[in-house]
Structures are given as C-alpha cells and as structure tokens.
Design a protein around this ligand. Sequence first.
Ligand code: KG4
Ligand code: ZN
Length: 339
Amino acid sequence: MKKDQNQLILGIETSCDDTCAAVICGSEILANVAASQETHDRFGGVVPEIAARQHLEVLPYVVRSALERADIQLGELDAVAVTQGPGLVGSLLVGLAYAKALAFAVDIPLIPVDHLEGHIAANYLAPHLLKPPFLCLLASGGHTLLIHVRHYTEMETIGQTLDDAAGEAIDKGARLLGLPFPGGPALQQLATQGDPCAFQFPTASAVKGFDFSFSGVKTALLYATRGLAKAEFEAKKADLAASYQLAIVDALIARVQRALEATGLHQLAIGGGVAANSLLRERCQELGVNVTIPALKLCTDNAAMIASAARFIQPLAPASDTALTLDAYPRSQRLVNRR
Ligand code: KG4
Ligand code: ZN
C-alpha cells in the first residue's frame, strides 16, 4: 500500500439502512454513492431483516457505480475500508463479507472502521482538512457524544446521552407529529412554519456536566399533543415542531458550550445525521470558536467518511486470519463509556 497521501481507498458502509460506497484519493472525494432503502418508511423505523437483505441485493451495484463515477478500476485501488460496527449486525455483516472477499480477490489490504470514528473523519475531507485537537459533537440516530479528539487515533468521550440519542428523539417526536421516517428533515421543514417560543420544552438542565438526556423532551411533546382535537393539533403542529427542535438544539449547544469552556479548545467540529440540521449548524457558528461543519451529504451516513477514517488505521493483510475472521460488533467498543 502506498504510504503517500494519495492512496485510493474504496469505502463501504452498511451499518443501518443506507447502502453506501465511495472512492477517495487522499482527502479528495472522487465518488460518494448512497442508496436509501425507502421501504422502511411504512414501518416507521428500520426493520433489521429487511435492511440486511436489501444491502445484499444493492451493494454490488452501489460499489460498481462508485468505481464508475470515480473512473477507477478495481486493480487501481490501494485498500478497501469497511464499517465493522456499531450498527445492525445483519447489515454490517453484508458489508464486511463483501469487503473481505473484494480485498482477498484483488489482493489489497482491508481496513475495518468504527462507524462513529467515520462520522468524526468526515471533517478531515476536502475542503475542510481539519486537524486535531478539537471538540466533536457527534449526534446521530443512535448516538449523542461529545468527544475530545486529541489526535486522529486518540480520542476520549467526555459526554454522552443517558437515554435516547438526539436523532432518536427527533424521529420519535416527528412520528408523534405525524411526519415520515426518518423525522429529521421533515421536522426541520415543518419547524420553519412555526413559532419556536410557542411551547417551552425541557432541555434536561438538571443533567450537569457534558451528558445529555432527551427522554424528558420527548415525554413533554407527548403530553402537549395528547388530548388535542384534530383541528387544534393541525393548527399547532408547526409551533410544536419549532419548539421541539429548539429544545433539542438548545440542549446540544449548552453542553458544547460547557465542554469548550472546560477543555479550553477553540475548534469545534460536528458530525452525524443531526449535524444536517440547519438550526444546529447556525447555532454552532455563534459560539465564538472555529467551527467545521461537513457538507449535508457527509453528515448523514456515507462511505466517504469511512474511507477517510481508514487513512489513520492500520491495514490488515487480505489473506490474514485477522482479516478473514473479522466480525461485526453491534455496540461502540471505544467511544461509548459503559456505566
Ligand atoms: O448519522 P445518521 O445518518 O445515521 C446514524 O448513524 O444513526 O443519522 C440519522 C439521524 C436520524 O435520526 C435523522 O432523523 C437525523 O439523523 N437527521 C436530522 C436531519 N437529517 C437527518 N435531524 C435533524 N435535522 C435534520 N435535517
Ligand atoms: Zn451514522
């Protein structure tokens, strides 16, 4: 594998319901393809069995499409990077098996990547080329973490959610408001038509330090909608969405602010699907520190971020026992502190 900064890496990401493949050259994205599985919408959440089966069907085409868009032949690749976890095990195993077979067949190294480190590494891609140290707010459907990134491979979680993830609270809140899954984009859209001060939702101010809690705000929304007649619910829906979104963003920003003060860091980065939220993006810009915010497509799940993280990880020889026996893991091994 080339030791220079221009390695060609194929990234594969199948941790949840998006089938993703990307090709990067150093920090440049040559192709970043994602196929969303819309079939889950009608169930109001991701059905693991269906997600795994869909990855199996679609992944070869998504990889081919990424290679074609990048104008790269398989033989030109320097490595294959793949998400090992956390995520849905059935989905992860499809990506892992595919990546192992590809690495073995083409005889190039295999690089296992942690999905959460991938979200952080979205910030290392052009045009940002962020360098540690920095504070990272990682807010997705499954995780909400504040991470002190000291080096590309050295990081410490200093805050995490005690219950729901921010994205999970957004999706559940959106569902209560009758919006489609995943709720983030629809809730944000509805919120533009509402008054964010119409309802006062809690921001878990009793939770001190850098930890988060989103179960209270979710219950508060449930109580606010309960008992509303249909017409009243329709009339208040946009105000509820705006107030709910504001409470979640306020809760995130309050912890970020505290963590910046406590660590003395002057650089903030954000990542994960919730980082696509425009109010959160705006509020981060007002914190008085340098802020790196990935493009929308690099906030939600994608394979370019997986290839980006792979640049800092020790590659495995494709025919080695370690590569061939590599297993998926459902929960974060390094970044979530078990309590
Ligand atoms: O990182 P991601 O794509 O998948 C996980 O690793 O979980 O994050 C998905 C989450 C979902 O909860 C989705 O509703 C949320 O990100 N999301 C948003 C927005 N776009 C996606 N939340 C708020 N505003 C958005 N614009
Ligand atoms: Zn994610």
